[in-house]
Design a protein. Structure first.
Length: 521
């Protein structure tokens, strides 16, 4: 640690050091609970006497900014609340208060005036989302159907730690170096055979490893979209995909989702009037409905896209998490027209925290996507790619995915049974064939946001449906995710939800829910 001191100043050095540390604590640079450097080390760095630093630390403790423990050191007090000013960040403030008398020469810079158009779109999207979606705090005892993510209680963490150790030991020197953007070749080869089991024939060279599907959306948007372009997108759909396309200045055109996939006639009509650059869809285990596109719809959709020459972006939820009898193949496996770019991810079948996914596209497209990725982040962690490859090679993925799918299927069945038993006929829901969630529709006139207030009071949470729709539709809908709720809690969660619906019938208006953050995954 270094702090500015002025040896010519009449202010004693210990006082200067104390004032600088106090400022860094006040501004949150030195976080609550942080251990300050040993007095000997700081004295050496600053070129002062150790006694000077000891004195500065004692003053800091006496002034209530730090605490010291004999034999352990001096720590920033946990209860300090840093004061961070957006307009005047840390650096300019330093000169004004360092005792040297040099204040900033100009008014603080107005950062907002410099934000790009894209950054401004992202912010207004976030504002719109905040308005549409009350936030949810995870209180003790709360049963949350809100987060559409895998259950971390099922994670094969120990097995992953072992493969991680093994690859560091065996290939550490290569894996910790910069790495080619396309990805770890053995993983790409593995993926080519893995995808074959779902009927998708691809060469390893047609695969680009990315940091999760989310980076896939970003690279696709960068590669295909100019501001003002249109993107056709299923309604409802995954909000973060909509956000990315919008951030690149695209206009979104909704295609209604039916129980067997997007409404192809509506798509035809749309393509006759408009020329979207892309069509984004989730044919398998669609988030939020959990439904899957029928083979007939898939063929019609591909024929339509081929006829109108519209690339289709397939956000592929892994069919390993399909709970019906015959898992559907990816759309790309039926793609004779060669219009589909496929996005896959390890987030659902393994760990979302890996940030590991892949894109499959024809050679000229994969080259452009790889160039965009190189600009963005050079490459995805080779270490994690190799660890996942080792994990898969040892057939641990298959074992884990089968176990997880059994458990999620059980939770899904329990949820469906409980909903049937406890909810009245004017509440309807989709019957998910896979994935993590379902979409529920409330009776006429009932708002999911109002219901959320009541539900939180009853100790149950869900994600309101509006963010999954364009422009505020879906107010009567909500998403229930069953993947992270232990089977022993599902029926109790539905009981609370049913009570909250009764409360809302009695009192259909309410203040909007207290602040909670609903994870939009
Ligand atoms: C439909 C859909 N696509 C993409 C993602 C993001 O996945 P990833 O973690 O691979 O970025 C999610 C996350 O829940 C999702 O539901």
């Amino acid at each position: 640690m270094n702090v500015p001191i002025d040896r010519k100043s009449p202010v004693p050095l210990a006082r200067q050091i104390q004032a600088q540390l106090e400022r860094l604590i006040r501004e949150g640079v030195l976080a609550p609970g942080l251990k300050l450097p040993a007095s000997r080390d700081l004295a050496r760095t600053l070129g002062v006497n150790r006694a000077t630093v000891v004195l500065a630390y004692e003053e800091l403790v006496a002034a209530g900014w730090a605490r010291s423990h004999v034999g352990q050191g001096t720590f920033v007090l946990e209860s300090v609340r840093p004061r961070v000013s957006a307009a005047a960040p840390v650096a300019p403030a330093r000169t004004s208060r360092d005792g040297n008398g040099h204040g900033p020469a100009h008014a603080p810079i107005n950062w907002a005036a410099f934000f790009s158009r894209s950054a401004r779109i992202v912010e207004s999207e976030a504002e719109r989302r905040r308005a549409l979606t009350p936030s949810i705090s995870a209180e003790a005892g709360m049963i949350s159907f809100a987060g559409g993510m895998p259950d971390s209680g099922l994670f094969p963490t120990d097995a992953f730690r072992r493969v991680l150790n093994d690859v560091v030991r065996d290939e550490g020197e290569t894996l910790l170096q910069y790495y080619p953007v396309a990805g770890y070749p053995p993983l790409r080869r593995y993926l080519a055979t893995y995808l074959l089991r779902f009927g998708l024939e691809v060469r390893p060279d047609d695969i680009l490893i990315v940091n999760g599907s989310q980076q896939g959306f970003d690279l696709i948007a960068r590669t295909f979209l100019d501001p003002g372009d249109a993107v056709a997108i299923e309604q409802p759909t995954y909000p973060r995909a909509m956000q990315v396309f919008r951030a690149f200045g695209a206009q979104l055109l909704g295609v209604p989702w039916t129980p067997v996939g997007p409404d192809v006639e509506a798509l035809e009509g749309l393509l006759a009037r408009r020329s979207p650059k892309l069509l984004y869809c989730q044919p398998t285990c669609h988030n939020p409905t959990g439904l899957t596109m029928s083979p007939e719809t898939a063929d019609r959709l591909l024929a339509t896209a081929g006829r109108h020459q519209v690339p289709v972006i397939e956000d592929g939820f892994d069919a390993s998490l399909y709970y019906g009898t015959r898992p559907p193949g990816p759309l790309k496996a039926r793609d004779r027209e060669g219009v589909v770019v496929y996005i896959g991810t390890f987030s659902k079948i393994l760990f979302p925290g890996l940030r590991l996914g892949w894109l499959v596209a024809p050679p000229p497209v994969i080259e452009r996507l790889a160039a965009a990725k190189q600009l963005a982040d050079l490459h995805t962690s080779a270490l994690l790619q190799a660890a996942v490859h080792r994990f898969c090679e040892r057939r641990l993925l298959e074992r884990h995915a089968a176990r997880a799918a059994r458990e999620y299927a059980r939770r899904r069945t329990l949820l469906l049974e409980s909903l049937r038993r406890r909810l009245s006929d004017d509440v309807t829901w989709t019957e998910p064939q896979g994935g993590f969630s379902m979409l529920l529709t409330l009776p006429d006139g009932m708002s999911a946001n109002v219901l959320l207030t009541r539900a939180l009071q009853r100790g149950v949470a869900f994600a309101p449906g509006a963010p999954f729709f364009l422009d505020g539709a879906g107010e009567r809908t909500l998403r229930l995710s069953f993947s992270s709720v232990p089977s022993t809690r599902i029926d109790e969660g539905v009981r609370r939800l049913a009570e909250a619906i009764k409360d809302t019938r009695r009192q259909p208006r309410a203040r909007s829910a207290e602040r909670v953050t609903v994870p939009l995954v």
